[in-house]
Write a protein that binds this ligand. Structure first.
Ligand code: ATP
Ligand code: MG
Length: 634
């Protein structure tokens, strides 16, 4: 039995919000809002009233079939109606809903009214293709307006979308199409990536040889990559041809709150991706409320979530959250450092982005280029920054805070998962922040850190991160795998709690620190150590940019820490630096952090959503099979 570690990264800095921000904020008192959120059903019920329902619910939460929870029982609603139609009779009618731009500086703007027209056309066209409520439509598209329009078109008529990230290749696409039994696939002639065009159609064609359920392929001409109409096969149709002549308005489908909304696969960091099923009413309430609470959306905001629509961050906070709140969402197709490492800052300046939501992997990547690039642009429009996807190392947090936020604006570090659908642990803009901690569970959410018996661990001790009460945007099941749903999340820890699969600790102020994945945890001389704290200790050394650590079997100690390090440009990992790093990490973490071998690398294996895949490093080390690599970056 391993002891819980008391090895902690000792991060004591505290950042209080600027008073301007507090004056402006919708929620001024964090503690009071948390208190309000303790009555979970009442809290979420109040939030549900922001939408137009065809029929209100009979019951907020039904727990009778645990863990198959139901929210807003018998409520009738449509997401597309609330994200689009609802705004066109208000002063938002001619406000830009979607602002698309790409690495070539091209731009497309769609107002709410224009979006409404396009979505209606798309919904009618899907119906004409035989798509009915409950059918699945797969989308393998770049970040382009047609993707958003098609997703909304699906939700308008009650079809499920299954978006496949456009960076995945044949195997990943085949698996996802077949798993979701999609009837229609939307794809494109290509996507821009660092000055090149990746031919998505070619990949789709290869995949479709193995996908018997697909009846129609809709092709978006996005890049102008030449595809002649005469080359299209019988089941293929151009997006523009499909929508031609579709001028009729398409009525919205009255959906039950618990009707399925979409299927989306997890990132595959720890194994085979899981097909997560989300439903309608609770998802809408959860996503809109958390975006409002965490990023304090106001009229006039320009919201930019840099995540890809192919992942949950894009679903919840690039498209649905912002449109449900009637704000303008910026869609960017391109990399952060192309054509140069100032690309993102240029966009912030050009459009006057007010809220920027990104990921640690991008921040660490941009840090490598130093402070120069953010200084070249006017970033004064920014009011709130955000991060999601991995633990943000305190060092990366500080870089973002200083160079992008100019030490004035707060960073919302949001912890959540494909499965949770919405933010779960995150500060509000008025919360005092500690670099590297997502602070506390949000109002209306109850979480804890427990041992394997389900007992709360004392402050400072590591344990399993669990969610103790159902939440509105929770996954309802794993698609067609109900048993796996129960086993993976609900049966691991006694007490009927949801096990997130991450390790964490809670400090004496009640702030949560994510220590890493439970699958990746290190067991050194009987102590359990999370990967993220060791990695953050490395990254806090001035010469280390990125680090990944794994436990390697050792005949004496059980495991020793093997570290893979990316160093600042021009530096080599020599004996002197190794010694220095050993001392540095030990100083940061205490004597238990016994470091074994260190190696310098140029790249770390990552998922295509930008998360370090330590299981690949472990498998390589042990000469084992790499497992599911469908979402591996390269
Ligand atoms: P799989 O479940 O297939 O292994 P995944 O867990 O990487 O893939 P996602 O649902 O995209 O798939 O990611 C959720 C995970 O990302 C969380 O469980 C957590 O490990 C990590 N994560 C997300 N946000 C944060 C954050 N702010 N701080 C720390 N970790 C985070
Ligand atoms: Mg996961």
């Amino acid at each position: 039995m391993s002891k819980d570690t008391s090895v902690l990264l000792d991060e004591k800095r505290l950042f209080k919000p600027d008073y301007h921000l507090v004056e402006e904020a919708h929620i001024k008192n964090w503690e009071a809002e948390l208190e309000k959120g303790k009555d979970i059903e009442k809290y979420w019920e109040e939030k549900a009233h922001q939408f137009e329902w065809f029929k209100k619910w009979d019951k907020v939460l039904d727990e009778s079939k645990k863990p198959f929870y139901q929210w807003f029982v018998n409520g009738k609603i449509n997401l597309c109606y609330n994200a689009v139609d609802r705004w066109i009779n208000t002063d938002k009618r001619n406000q830009v809903a979607i602002l698309y731009t790409n690495e070539r500086g091209e731009e497309i703007k769609l107002t709410y009214y224009e979006l409404y027209r396009e979505v209606n056309k798309m919904a009618s066209a899907l119906k004409n293709l035989g798509i009915k409520k409950g059918d699945t439509v797969s989308m393998y598209l770049p970040m382009c307006p047609e993707l958003l329009i098609s997703m909304l078109g699906c939700t308008r008529i009650g079809a499920l979308h299954s978006v496949v990230y456009s960076g995945l290749s044949v195997g990943g696409l085949v698996e996802r199409i077949n798993d979701s039994k999609a009837k229609v696939l939307l794809t494109a002639d290509g996507t821009y990536r660092r000055g090149k065009i990746i031919d998505l159609k070619k990949i789709a064609d290869e995949a479709l040889l193995q996908c018997p359920t697909i009846e129609t392929v809709v092709l978006v001409r996005h890049t102008g990559n030449p595809i002649k109409i005469s080359e299209l096969s019988g089941r293929e149709i151009l997006y523009t041809t499909l929508l031609e002549g579709e001028n009729e308005l398409c009525p919205v489908e009255e959906m039950d709150a618990e009707d399925p909304l979409f299927i989306l696969y997890t990132s595959g960091s720890t194994g085979k991706p899981k097909g997560v099923l989300h439903t309608t009413g609770g998802y809408m309430v959860g996503v809109a409320t958390t975006l409002q609470n965490v990023f304090d959306i106001h009229n006039g905001d320009l919201w930019w979530c840099t995540g890809d629509i192919g992942w949950i961050t894009g679903h919840s906070y690039l498209i649905y959250g912002p449109l449900l709140l009637g704000t303008t969402t910026l869609v960017y197709e391109g990399a952060p450092d192309y054509p140069d490492p100032g690309a993102w800052w240029k966009i912030v300046e050009k459009y006057g982005v007010t809220k920027l939501y990104t990921a640690p992997t991008a921040i660490r990547h941009l840090m490598r280029y130093g402070n120069k690039y953010p200084q070249l642009y006017d970033l004064s429009s920014l009011k709130i920054l955000g991060s999601v996807g991995e633990p943000i190392n305190p060092e990366a947090w500080m870089w973002f805070y200083k160079n992008v936020g100019k030490e004035k604006i707060p960073i919302m570090d949001t912890w959540w998962q494909t499965e949770t659908g919405m933010h779960m642990i995150a500060p509000l803009p008025v919360s005092p922040l500690k670099p590297g901690s997502p602070t506390r569970a949000l109002p209306g959410i109850e979480m804890d850190v427990v041992d394997e018996k389900g007992q709360r661990v004392p402050p400072g001790k590591g344990g399993y991160l669990v969610i103790k009460k159902p939440w509105p945007a929770m996954l309802r099941t794993l698609y067609k795998e109900e048993e796996r749903y129960e086993d993976t999340y609900w049966k691991q820890i006694p007490g009927g709690v949801y096990m997130a699969g991450d390790m964490a600790r809670i400090d004496e102020d009640g702030y949560i620190w994510i220590q890493g994945r439970s699958d990746d945890v290190l067991k050194i001389a009987g102590h359990r150590i999370g990967t993220s704290e060791v990695e953050s200790a490395f990254v806090s050394h001035p010469l280390v940019v990125e680090a990944a650590v794994i436990g390697k079997s050792d005949p004496i100690k059980g495991q020793v820490i093997k570290s893979f390090l990316i160093l600042k440009e021009g530096h080599k990992l020599n004996t002197a630096l190794i010694e220095d790093l050993q001392k540095h990490v030990r100083y940061e973490m205490g004597p238990v952090a016994v470091l074994g071998e260190m190696v310098q690398v140029n790249k770390l294996p990552k998922t295509r959503s930008g998360k370090i895949m330590r299981r690949i490093l472990r498998a390589q080390e042990e000469g084992k099979d790499l497992g599911d690599t469908s979402t591996l970056e390269d």
